[in-house]
Design a protein around this ligand. Sequence first.
Ligand code: GDP
Ligand code: GDP
Length: 439
Amino acid sequence: MPLGTIAIVGRPNVGKSTLFNRIVGGQRAIVHDDPGVTRDRQFGRSDWAGRDFWVIDTGGWTIAEDAVSRGVRTQVETAVESADVILFVVDTQEGIHPGDADVAEMLRPSSKRVIVTANKADDLAEDISHVAFHELGFEKLQPVSAATGKGSGDLLDAVVSLLPELSSKDQPDSIDIAVVGRPNVGKSSVVNRLLGEERLIVAPEAGTTRDAIDSPIRYHDRTFNFIDTAGLRKRSKVASDIEFYSRVRTERALHRADVCVLIADATQGMEKQDLQVAEHAWECGCGLIVGVNKWDLIRDKDSVATARFKKQIVERVPFFEGVPFVFISALTGQRIRRILDLILSVTAEREKRVATREVNRVLRELVQKNQPPQKPGKSVNLLYGSQIAVAPPTFALVSNRPDVIPESYLRYLIRGFRREWGFAGSPLRVRLQRKRSRR
Ligand code: GDP
Ligand code: GDP
């Protein structure tokens, strides 16, 4: 399900980051530490009235001509372009400031999506000085005090009313796919190949320039939905911006995806950042496939080379063992279709269900071979289990003392489950539950 995105913009010091913190609260935010810019930019997730959305905070907009201000302006423009709702923050206590007029001019073409957010309205209800901001010429205006939280509920109501309609849940047979990886590894080239060339570079129609554009194809009776392909098209000249938006896009896509295709560059190998993305995809419950692209540039490419490439990665991050790797070239088209087949097989593994009787047979064998470590007190037993969910497969195991069973023992069980049932390319979760005592 596509999530909406909200951008917070305005001149310096009007309370943008205070408002960001008010909306996103204690939730996890990506902080972008950009030395060329006055302060960190932040990106996080929030929800209101049952709707989830992303929030991007931006640097203070000014028309100054120094390098830092220019850098900030590029950032803000990118954020505005990719947002469904723009909170144009102004300072009620100062009244209309010349800097506000500059921001207003920049936002004019997007005015339908703008809510003038009259911040620092700390004495709301009695004090109505925010009405002065109607002069900026935007239809929607909300007073708020980011510092105290006053008015923030009304602001979020207004935000939610501007978010795009939720598409009635994507077709039941559809697979949402996130193609992710560092800048320049060839993501757009791969997606272009998969979609049959050129569909990505087509200029977006007016009004569809948002990030949340997906490209579907049909394959073997299923709909493959490539998430946020427009986010791949976006090009910025500022290196730190490319990096930031690549992370923003990845974060958004992984939360929606069923399968993550991580693209790496064969000539560079996998870097720490790639491994982090893979781990994050795993935590989000996505199936995972690694596409090692630009394989055309590798000279000695026999089966030994591919095995060596994978082995080096598995040595660093063991969970890659069960993850399918495919060595591709977006340039020549080599093995590109294989990605579609792997998406199908990983999806099947991720949706697989194991009968309870079978779960208990394997569990008994594993426990017999290797008992859970014992602790002082009553003996620690694993009694029975069952698969309680698919996509990703999740098992609940019942124990008399779940709290003393260590992670390492759970990993042993997971390895055993995988040996029996595969689940290749899919995360696999095990939860411990306490046996309810009879009365
Ligand atoms: P930004 O530069 O737009 O991100 O602004 P900040 O969030 O850093 O806030 C600038 C200043 O305004 C800080 O001193 C905040 O404490 C203050 N501020 C932010 N929101 C409010 C508010 O609702 N009421 C009052 N009185 N001060 C606020
Ligand atoms: P993205 O930033 O990850 O979307 O990467 P692009 O798809 O824009 O590709 C970055 C650069 O790598 C471009 O110059 C592509 O032409 C080049 N490239 C992409 N795939 C391949 C490949 O398989 N082989 C070679 N040799 N170059 C490639």
